[in-house]
Design a protein around this ligand. Structure first.
Ligand code: SF4
Length: 356
């Protein structure tokens, strides 16, 4: 398991190594055509690389065009419950927040699917839940997937970490992909942000804003390489969610990543790995999403609502965080086309699903 590998990598030594990268290290990494290692990635995200931002942008654009053309894959997240037994200190859904909780009924879920289809021709759906396995566990998620099949051709989930047999079970209900955020790879401080509930177990699980971002994304690069080596038939996707204000207003990010740093990280990831999907959500502003759509990003959400029931009747209940890009999906599409991009609503069909 990657958690065993992580035990061998020192957080402090990694941070020191990133900050001691030199101009020569950056130029060496930029000179490589393929097969960059994590050491090269560290050079590209280091402060020593900041004078090379334009060179990195051009390289990132070139590799993205080679692998993805001008396409931007569009998806929509749907929160089907904000019920959660965890208490992540940075999240509006945490258990101690005395807000109304919702677990959408089957009828409400279908209403959400229909409302999403009225926004735009979305085919990639991401079902999102809090973590309440007793009230909204695998059977509930399986049912939501079953109900989604007539409306969407590609189904992904962002829910609590499940056991392998539970993921397998969900593939029988049309599941095509899984998103799971590590939040931070800093094991020593992980407990501080996740004091109780299942998520307090580090091994069961990158949110930018908790810990030194350069070290966290380096651990992510190690993780990516580990997964690619062991599960090479899988398609991988990364995103770099910067913390947004939530209903849990008391918590402020420990680390602020500015727009230039986000751009540097995006370019570095693309130069490090030409094939990985890089996703920007509506956490980011319309301006930066437009800008990065031509320079490395390959997947985007649009018109996202982060509260259950948000598409059908808005506003309704507690949202997880406030989105930054509030454009309608058709406006995002129009802007992408103006930039010469090709928004792709459908890139999978259920007939491609492995029949079991
Ligand atoms: S981040 Fe996820 S697990 Fe943590 S409180 Fe929020 S919804 Fe629950």
């Amino acid at each position: 398991m990657f958690s065993d590998e992580l035990e061998k990598i020192s957080w402090e030594e990694t941070t020191k190594a990133i900050y001691s990268k030199t101009d020569a290290d950056v130029r060496r990494a930029l000179g490589k055509k393929e097969h960059l290692d994590v050491n090269d990635f560290m050079a590209l995200i280091s402060p020593a690389a900041t004078p090379y931002l334009e060179v990195m942008a051009r390289l990132s654009q070139k590799y993205t065009m080679e692998r993805f053309g001008k396409t931007i894959s569009m998806f929509v997240p749907l929160y089907i419950t904000n019920s959660c037994t965890n208490s992540c200190v940075y999240c509006g859904f945490h258990i101690s927040n005395p807000m109304k909780r919702t677990i959408l009924t089957e009828e409400e879920i279908i209403n959400e699917y229909k409302a999403i289809k009225r926004l735009a021709p979305f085919e990639n759906l991401l079902l999102v839940t809090g973590e309440n396995p007793a009230a909204a566990g695998v059977p509930y998620i399986a049912r939501a997937l079953d109900l989604a099949k007539p409306y969407f051709s590609n189904l992904q989930i962002e829910v609590m970490p499940l056991k392998a047999e539970e993921y397998k079970e969900l593939t029988h209900h049309g599941l095509n992909g899984v998103i799971c955020f590590q939040e931070t790879y800093n094991k020593a401080n992980y407990k501080k942000y996740h004091p109780r509930g299942m998520k307090s177990k580090f091994e069961w699980r990158v949110l930018i804003g908790l810990e030194e971002w350069r070290t966290d994304v380096t651990m992510m690069a190690y993780h990516l390489r580990y997964l690619q080596k062991h599960y090479w038939k899988t398609k991988y996707s990364v995103n770099f969610p910067r913390m947004r204000p939530s209903e849990n207003d008391g918590f402020q990010p420990n680390v602020i990543m500015n727009d230039r740093e986000l751009a540097q990280l995006t370019f570095a990831m693309r130069i490090f790995d030409h094939d990985v999907d890089i996703s920007y959500s509506t956490r980011e502003s319309a301006e930066i999403r437009n800008h990065m759509a031509t320079l490395g990003v390959t997947t985007m959400s649009a018109e996202s609502k982060t509260e259950p029931g948000g598409y059908y009747s808005y506003p309704q209940t507690l949202e997880q965080f406030h989105v930054s890009d509030e454009r309608k999906a058709i406006e995002v599409e129009r802007d992408l086309r103006k930039l010469g991009r090709e928004p792709v609503w459908k890139d999978w069909d259920q007939s491609f699903d492995f029949k079991r």
